[in-house]
Design a protein around this ligand. Sequence first.
Ligand code: BG6
Ligand code: MG
Length: 221
Amino acid sequence: MGFKAVIFDLDGVITDTAHYHYLAWKRLADAIGMPFDLAFNERLKGIDRMGSLELILGAAAATTTPERKLALADSKNTYYRQLIADMSAADLLPGAVAALEAVRGAGLGIGLASVSKNAVEVLARLGIAERFDVVVDAARIARGKPDPEIFLTAAHSLGVAPADCLGVEDAVAGVSAIKRAGMVALGVGLPEVLTEADLVISGLDRFDLASLQALSPQAAI
Ligand code: BG6
Ligand code: MG
């Protein structure tokens, strides 16, 4: 007995679009004279577009009109879409396809949980859309990470109890969402950043399904 499904985040786990999000926000922040660096960007990972803009604006958010916020968010998305325009399977991170094949080969369900409105397009550009049994993106949820809704929706669509799911995330907010969903969290990144994760690996090239199965609550029974 072990996990029955694995639910992957997209940006920063399967492909390095987390860096493209950073570059696009940096370009916007520079244009409007707001401070922005890699350390601040860590707080934006996994946070939806408007939520990220609010964090960048900080105190200025209260005096910025909704119309202006929409225009700023659109600008960032235009920059971001320029960066993803030439993406292909070559942009899959090391170990991503092998991890998906290992999960499939073991007969487990495969879900994607991304709050990005560009997730479907990025999946298509990477050529991996058909590898997922279930894709939950911004269009299917009301609340972004760290709310557990996106992971719970993915588990429900897969027909698997949350406790039987392994969630895989590079974002602090994403790991928090997985834990709030009652799942085991595999962090991708640095242990000192992803402190809430049950285990942290540096990348999917370190994804070893056989040893990860030991993290399943079922494995202890
Ligand atoms: C998440 C990223 O996957 O998607 C965030 O980690 C991003 O950085 C969010 O803000 C929303 O993406 P988009 O493409 O809808 O602006
Ligand atoms: Mg991510």
